[in-house]
Design a protein. Structure first.
Length: 320
């Protein structure tokens, strides 16, 4: 009998979200656990598997599940492993697909979380009908999924498309990956908070941000201050948008995408981030690409895109 559901799992630096998805792309039910609450990988997998099993039982049990797809930072589609993900609490090479398969007795496929978001966007969101586009995820880090001629770009080893770890400032901020000056250190939600701390330490003008302890400032605090007209907060978004826009101009040069689609918590800043990104992208792109590339916001709920994209892997994974 044909199995009517797949499971999609999105492992983020803060939360791990999972859902049962039908063939029309509807998330039937879902759950989540705190990623960082489990410092031992075996404990994490035990609790994740228990949460997934609970939602599987709600749709009639394991016999109704075709497969499980997982999107995770530094998830390698070829090996089924999470490999040295800087924003997760576990280090080294983690054979997550096999660990979940052993727990749930269901075949599991794994890919990079941003690749999963790109698959979800192509199937259900702003990239429907597109064959060439880039999804940029702006969350705890900066991820990317690159689609060329309708196919995700994996490279020879499964790690292609790490645009968040392209270097934008030589000898710049230290990144969790060990490099200095990565795009992620400036343009993620945590990067915005780092910029705020730097501005507060090096500038003297009044700001609503001075009401916070430096160590506690978040990108949401910067957004709230900017909405109230705070100049320093607006300058932080201008700097962030300029950095992103200049990087996007470089990304366009190598793949000529129809669109760049922004996804993740930082996009909630709306025009504060989109306007400077668009301006600096157009100011720095090669003339042959000027005014040709769409800059779009994801059409999917923040949690849905990666879950839906990951579930697409679940439909394709082979049975035992």
């Amino acid at each position: 009998m044909e199995k009517p559901y797949a499971i999609g799992i999105d492992i983020g630096g803060t939360n791990s979200v999972f859902g049962v998805v039908d063939k029309r792309g509807h998330i039937i039910n879902q759950g989540s656990i705190k990623t960082g609450a489990y410092l031992e990988i075996n404990e994490y997998v035990t609790y994740l598997a228990a949460g997934v099993q609970e939602i599987i039982d709600q749709v009639g049990g394991n016999g109704n599940i075709k497969g499980i797809g997982v999107g995770a930072p530094n998830g390698n589609y070829f090996t089924g492993c999470i490999e040295f993900a800087p924003n997760l609490p576990w280090k080294g090479v983690i054979p997550l697909a096999q660990m979940l398969t052993d727990k749930l007795n269901i075949p599991v496929a794994l890919t990079n979380d941003a690749n999963a978001a790109a698959i979800g966007e192509m199937t259900y969101g702003a990239a429907r009908g597109m064959k060439d586009f880039i999804v940029i995820t702006l969350g705890t880090g900066v991820g990317s999924g690159i689609v060329v001629n309708g196919q995700l770009v994996y490279g020879h080893d499964g790690f292609a498309g790490e645009l968040g770890h392209t270097t934008i400032h030589r000898d710049g901020r230290l990144c969790g990956c060990g490099k200095k000056g990565c795009l992620e250190t400036y343009c993620s939600a945590t990067g915005v908070a780092r910029t705020a701390r730097e501005f507060l330490e090096t500038r003297t003008e009044p700001s609503l941000l001075r009401e916070f302890d430096l160590a506690d400032i978040t990108s949401k605090d910067v957004y709230d201050a900017a909405v109230k007209g705070d100049k320093m907060a607006k300058d932080i978004f201008e700097m962030t948008g300029q950095t992103l826009g200049e990087s996007f101009a470089d990304f366009i040069a190598f793949s000529s995408p129809e669109a760049i689609i922004l996804f993740g918590g930082l996009t909630k800043a709306g025009k504060l981030i989109f306007d400077p990104v668009r301006k600096h992208m157009e100011d720095n792109v090669l003339p042959i690409f000027r005014n040709k590339i769409k800059l779009l916001m994801s059409e999917l709920k923040e949690s849905d895109a990666a879950v839906l994209g990951a579930s697409a892997l679940g439909w394709e994974v082979k049975d035992y």
